[in-house]
Design a binder for this molecule. Structure first.
Ligand SMILES: C[S@@+](CC[C@H](N)C(=O)[O-])C[C@H]1O[C@@H](n2cnc3c(N)ncnc32)[C@H](O)[C@@H]1O
Length: 286
């Protein structure tokens, strides 16, 4: 087994040297895992804003655990009603970039989210987006407990992280693979969507395109975390980026399809939260 410290060192190096470097398109390398095409813009925008309805709208301190550089404009909305946003990250480059965006509104702390260097009960709100998956499985529980410990009474926290092989993605991946095989057969020049598999490197250590990632499933979360702290599972986004890039296109009523998906997510948030690709996990302290 690889020691935690080695993994964290490698994750930090990856984000400092690759993930938070700007590419020729003007976006961070990390944004290549997102669907930034115009056809998906409204859907992605609304999904990002979903976080707001699970946070207290105002307060003194909002913790952003694994803040990165606060890379999308919607992320700025989360702390608009708060006096300060505390950006916590292993990556110094991430925090320097975050500081360029929010300046004096922020405090910037290089730290590990599994060992938060903050007093108990101090944050009125907390967000942690796409970060817990960089921890070893045993530390996932620890990170949830740390978020809960540092949350103030009446505070609310939101964690977003992809599930490991959720039912809906297994189903969709079947159709995506079939579509890709047929398409390649008829048009050999067709290139299937490549999100860089190494992003989730099985050996645990990175190569040039990815870093350490371990995802969990809904049953694990409910058993290991739900028995210790109160959690609710909602839908952040049910469809994977691979699905969007394969099936959602302007010329094939892509916007309409995404409006339909969004409506389904709003109508069945718990079901699609558990079985879709990305849940929104809400923690509240009474
Ligand atoms: C995929 S990025 C997500 C950044 C941001 N939350 C977003 O959604 O754009 C993960 C971030 O978490 C940070 N990170 C990874 N493991 C961490 C840990 N154990 N403690 C603190 N930050 C960590 C990385 O340095 C990176 O900036």
């Amino acid at each position: 087994m690889i020691p935690d410290t080695e993994i964290k060192h490698q994750v930090r190096e990856f984000y400092d040297q690759v993930g938070w470097q700007t590419e020729s398109d003007g976006f961070y390398q990390n944004a290549s895992y997102e669907d930034l095409r115009p056809v998906s813009h409204d859907y992605i925008h609304l999904c990002h804003l979903r976080v707001l309805s699970h946070l207290n709208p105002s307060g003194r301190f909002l913790l952003d655990a694994g803040s990165g550089p606060i890379q999308y404009p919607e992320y700025l909305e989360y702390s608009k009603g708060y006096q300060f946003r505390i950006c916590a990250d292993l990556s110094f480059v991430a925090l320097k970039e975050a500081c360029k965006r929010i300046g004096n509104h922020g405090f910037y702390v290089v730290c590990d989210i599994a060992y938060l260097p903050f007093m108990s009960d101090c944050f009125d709100g907390e967000v942690s987006l796409h970060t817990l998956h960089h921890l070893q499985p045993e530390e996932h529980v620890r990170a949830y407990l740390e978020l809960y410990r540092t949350l103030a009474t009446s505070g609310k926290a939101v964690v977003v992280n992809g599930w490991d092989n959720p039912t809906l993605s297994i189903f969709m991946n079947f159709w995506i693979s079939l579509y890709e095989r047929l398409y390649t057969f008829f048009r050999p020049q067709y290139k299937p969507v490549d999100l860089g598999d190494s992003f989730s490197s099985p050996a645990g250590l990175s190569n040039t395109r990815g870093t350490f990632v371990r995802r969990q499933n809904a049953a694990w979360l409910q058993k290991e975390v739900g028995n210790l702290v109160p959690i609710k599972i909602w839908c952040w986004r049910s469809m994977s980026v691979r699905f969007l890039r394969t099936f959602v296109h302007e010329r094939f009523a892509g916007k309409f399809l995404l409006r339909l998906i969004y409506w389904l997510e709003e109508t069945f948030p718990h079901f699609l939260g558990k079985h879709g690709q990305y849940p929104l996990i809400e923690l509240a302290k009474n």
